[in-house]
Design a protein around this ligand. Sequence first.
Ligand SMILES: Cc1cc2nc3c(=O)[nH]c(=O)nc-3n(C[C@H](O)[C@H](O)[C@H](O)COP(=O)(O)OP(=O)(O)OC[C@H]3O[C@@H](n4cnc5c(N)ncnc54)[C@H](O)[C@@H]3O)c2cc1C
Length: 453
Amino acid sequence: MRVVETMTPPRGAMAPPMRPVPDPRGTTGVPACRQARTPIVPRGSGTGLIGGAMAPRGGVMVSTTRMNRILEIDIANRSATVEPGLINLWLSHAVHERGYFFAPDPSSQMVSSIGGNVSTNAGGPHCLKYGITTNHVLGLQLVTGAGELVWLGGKTLDRPGYDLTGVAVGAEGTFGLVTAITVRLLHEPEAVKTALASFASMEAAAEAVSAIIAAGMTPAALEMLDDIMIRAVNAGSGADFPAAAGAVLLIELDGPRAETEAQAERAAAICRERGALEVRVARDDAERALLWKGRKEAAGAVGRLAPTYLLQDAVVPRSKLPLIMREMAAIAARHQVLIANVFHAGDGNLHPLICFDDRVPAELARAKAANEELLQACIALGGTVTGEHGVGFDKAKNLPLQYADVDLNFMYRLRRLFDPDGLMNPDKLLPAHPACGEGFRPARPELPAGVWI
Ligand SMILES: Cc1cc2nc3c(=O)[nH]c(=O)nc-3n(C[C@H](O)[C@H](O)[C@H](O)COP(=O)(O)OP(=O)(O)OC[C@H]3O[C@@H](n4cnc5c(N)ncnc54)[C@H](O)[C@@H]3O)c2cc1C
């Protein structure tokens, strides 16, 4: 890993940091693929959960794993420029000694790449307070599907023109290959307090979540696990979550020491008022790390419950959490499936894990049916089809649940500006029209019938 230090702001701070960034056009092969009309599928670490880095119609898969250098750390401007294959956590490790960190923290952060995080606009436990990946990307270098090398954004805020960085974050490889990224670095908080509150039921825990937010606090993280997940985690991680609880809330507050301590006491008091069975505050870093170990290993721990799981990623407004929990229990009973839950409760971002045995076809069918019904239930409560994992191959078919044809058509036209030949990660993010695969019949009444855009 090569680190270029810039301790003073560079001259002409409006200019993107072109100097240390190599020109990748010759190596991406985009022009050659265009000539051969061959699809290109970008791939980071391959931890995506929506089939985004799969190549269902073949083509060239461009892996970024060896583009893993930190190109520049610029403490004076609180930014870093990195190659896309850099593992998320490596950046925080590289700046930790100077008291800084990179805030987006998907639970996969020890293995997923920053390029993948940018392309899926990843979230994570601490995004409740710090925001999602897009809030931390200042600029990026992109080789578009047309083979052009462009810099979007840069180190300074509020650059003139369109916010194309914002448009490109979350594009899931459909605009081109992200070849360098300038991200924000944040100063580490003075103090961190982490507590675990246990409740008799998911509904009680969900009500405590709403009450904590309504009290004016913004915890750094507010994560929930249900009783099924508690059993799975306790069996393997040594986290020792209260075994008899119906749900636990992992609450983390950070900031100036005095404020953090006062808020931690207030949050604990709210949990007790809402019927918490127990509130356990981590006394030191080791206890805090153990609580987080339980949370971060939760998805893997489900392997103790069933050989396979189907992971849903949908959102409901926070206030609707108690309602969706009841609905989820009904769906599980109707389809005779076991559903374990671990999720970002503060954001209303659910991650039900539907457990099944893929060697039994009937179980797979029931898991899929429960999964689709869950998604419909979230939409009916005012939610969205994906929270943080993206759309990819898996959820492209679900986008019409949330967008009108006219909205989808607009997105199609935007995609074509970056990728005129439709070669960049085809079949991902936007659904193909069943009739022609070329966009949607416009819903605008003023357009003549039968016109396709
Ligand atoms: C255990 C586990 C926990 C997870 N927890 C979270 C979580 O808390 N929050 C969350 O948001 N996600 C989570 N994920 C999902 C996943 O880790 C994220 O979506 C992550 O951002 C994907 O990064 P990656 O490097 O693995 O990308 P990949 O899976 O390789 O690719 C993801 C998408 O990005 C595109 N892409 C990758 N690199 C580039 C590039 N350089 N240029 C253009 N397009 C590119 C790919 O084409 C694909 O569409 C989790 C996954 C696992 C397995």
